[in-house]
Design a protein around this ligand. Sequence first.
Ligand code: G6P
Length: 608
Amino acid sequence: MCGIVGYIGPRKVIPVLLGGLTKLEYRGYDSAGVAYLDNGKIEVIKEQGKLDNLREKCSGIETDNTLGIGHTRWATHGAPSKINSHPHLNGSGTIALVHNGIIENYVALKEWLIKKGVKFVSDTDTEVAVHLIDHFYFGDLVSAVRQAIEMLEGSYAFAVISSNEPDRIVAVRKDSPLIIGKADGENILASDIPALLEYTRDVYFLNDNEIVEMKKDSIDFFDIYGTRIKKQTTKIEWDVTQAEKGGYDHFMLKEIYEQPRALRDTFSPRLKNGIIDISEMGIDDDFIKDLKKITIVACGSASHVAHVGKYVIERIAKVPVEVDIASEFRYRHPLLIKDQLVIVISQSGETADTIAALREAKSQGVKVAAVVNVIGSTIAREADAAFYTYAGMEIAVATTKAYDTQLLSMYMLAYAMARTRGTISEEEYDRAVRDLSLLPEKAEETLKLKEAVQRIAYERFMDEDVFFIGRGVDYALSMEASLKLKEISYIHSEAYAAGELKHGTIALIEPNTLVVAIATQEDLIDKTLSNIKEVKARGAYVVCVTTEKYRAKFDQGVDEFLILPEIADIEAPIITVIPMQMLAYYITLNKGFDVDKPRNLAKSVTVE
Ligand code: G6P
């Protein structure tokens, strides 16, 4: 959702900015640009389309400039054109700014500025910010930025330079991420950690309305009143190689294959003497025993985790669970109760809708635990407690390993709570702990479905509509299977509770329509089989995803199988998702689309 970067130091700035933007391209890739100081003047280079276009445009430029800002865009206001891409300039070209977020009151501000004689050149909301800073600029960029943001409503992370103060970058954030990397004789800022790792592991996380003035040898922070504040650095321990493809063709494939490791890293540290320790959720035994309700709030794939979580937590820990899509949550005026827990799930920890939901819950005095992947992210910091998934850095826009570790977290929570609440026998608990420990191996085995999946993908990549059906947790998993396929292959697909299909959607089943039926739950097999027969009777081509022990049930009724390793029914979604991710991946490869950067999407959506 737009990535920004800023660098000051001895290096040639254009390659540094392009390198940083490469690491941020997952945030948006419809246009990109850089601004840098050259002989006291601001130079801007922008290009429409992916970053490679900008890279090409910059390739002939050989300069020694050492200060600049860059941006990769995911368009909100104004088409993804060159003119609308960032950096934006003030009228005299002495101030340049990059922005991630949305200025909500930009229409009123634009009118106000136009009356003062300002000329606008783009359709963006962002351009008001640079003109506003210009309006308040009298030789002190920090002060101008501070006064400008007092007039702004919405969300923003800005990085600003001025040719009158050629030794600094000023930046500020509110509801959009911004991280400052402190290095030796050089400093760098960016929307996300991967862009900084080449230079430093010591970072400052900027809080809302904190302003930073970054020079080559110093970093100073100010609050909204201009008072100097002190901040501590955090050391980032991530492995830099995670940001490389490591021999895989795409990040998505690499991340699919990293799932056994990710599951192990998420589970092992929480297994203490045979007991699942969920103390990082910030809920003690008394709270768990008295728990009346859990509300899980998330967006996109993370909200699909919530649906599996609902089935699992209700079944195992006997706590009622409601699931909310974060963008709806606060606007439906949710009735939260005492003795309840809100769980927010987020890979990035920066999703604007999820942050808003978290704040809504906290404003009602309810405890909020976050299941989150990015350490130090806004959600991790603002929630009462952060339970980290250790998927590691996820680069492909379509989530895979983060989703699966979020899923695992739901099971860990369910079993741990069940033990405390006495809703599970000791035997069943021990069985679960054993099985969860074995998940990395099961995931490894599941990856062997690759060839079977590739074959189906090759046969079916020209399909225009695909349906995923299932019951119970299989239905919840179908939602993710369907989203994976549509977001990267652009094939229309829908997930349906198998029993619901006949109430309308079955009208869309034609001869040869692909239906992927997920059926891993013994108590629901016969029912799902009936639903498979209904679509077969209308000519559907059915791929059945099940385990060997249930295969015989479907033998006559389906066209293809994807057979999963043996696993306890309830935990099947954790491995079922793997062939579904691979199916989306290989279908997309056959179609020749960009798997890692699908059109119109961004990995981290920091606007509402
Ligand atoms: C975006 C991404 C999705 C992701 C969702 C939630 O829409 O494209 O893949 O599931 O945001 O992201 P989060 O970082 O909060 O998990």
